[in-house]
Design a protein around this ligand. Structure first.
Ligand SMILES: O=C([O-])CC(=O)C(=O)O
Ligand code: NI
Length: 240
């Protein structure tokens, strides 16, 4: 998708909540609605508005990983309208809390300062972040599994920039691995974080969302007038 179209998708999605996007994704057959569980919104933009952007991915692995370390870091290449997605190699992920084997933080305040300067829209860290006061002061949207105090340098190395990253998720009946590809749309608000693939049928998704939101607004009005919820949902969502 070309840049103006990308901007339009971002502006449109930003008017809605991640729940609205998940409803649309469920409609396309994705039972899990694109949701990444267990991420906490550690800091946010001034209005708490929905964060939307295109994934700019970063992959860290343990020092003894066979892949060579990438020199020069990732932060100065971060692109406008991106959401920075920082992940660990799969052998450092856990199905249960705290979802990461690494107590070091993968991301801190200087990274947020530079990312904001480069007009990136937010950061998702499948691990820990530090300098929490700085992210809040910068009013940057930052989501993570947890907090830490120690930088990543002593135990991890950078092995991927804009590569597909895998996220291990416990689920029923089986644990699953979700992949985030560079350029996927990432959306986050107080409900958490949702992904929609860049090659998804975005036009149908963007068409469905306002219709569904309008239907649910009518259901709410019906309920406030004393109508029963279930029949109202059936009536208002008919044909959607
Ligand atoms: O230096 C680091 O690796 C992380 C950090 O604390 C920062 O970005 O401020
Ligand atoms: Ni720092």
């Amino acid at each position: 998708m070309s840049l103006p179209e990308t901007k339009k998708v971002i502006q449109t999605l930003a008017k809605y909540s991640v729940c609205d996007l998940s409803d649309a994704l469920v409609k396309t057959g994705l039972k899990k609605g694109g949701y990444f569980p267990n991420l906490v919104r550690q800091s946010q933009n001034p209005t708490g508005a929905t964060m939307v952007g295109k994934a700019y991915t970063v992959l860290f692995a343990p020092k003894d990983d066979p892949r060579p370390a990438i020199k020069g870091g990732y932060i100065d290449k971060v692109t406008e309208d991106s959401v920075l997605v920082i992940a660990l190699s799969k052998n450092l992920q856990k199905l249960d809390a705290p979802y990461t084997k690494i107590s070091n933080a993968l991301y801190g305040g200087l990274m947020s300062t530079r990312a904001n300067y480069l007009k990136s829209n937010g950061t998702i860290v499948f691990g820990r972040v530090r300098d929490i006061d700085e992210h809040k002061e910068l009013k940057r949207d930052v989501f993570s599994y947890g907090l830490g105090s120690t930088a990543h340098g002593p135990v991890l190395k950078l092995v991927g920039i804009n590569v597909p990253v895998e996220v291990l998720i416990d689920d029923y009946p089986e644990p699953r691995t979700e992949v985030i590809n560079p350029g996927d749309y990432i959306m986050g608000d107080d409900n958490g974080v949702v992904k929609v693939e860049d090659n998804a049928d975005l036009l149908s998704i963007l068409e469905y969302i306002p219709k569904r939101v309008a239907a649910d607004t009518l259901v709410k009005e019906d309920i406030l007038k004393g109508e029963e919820c279930t029949p109202s949902q059936k009536k208002r969502r008919a044909g959607l």
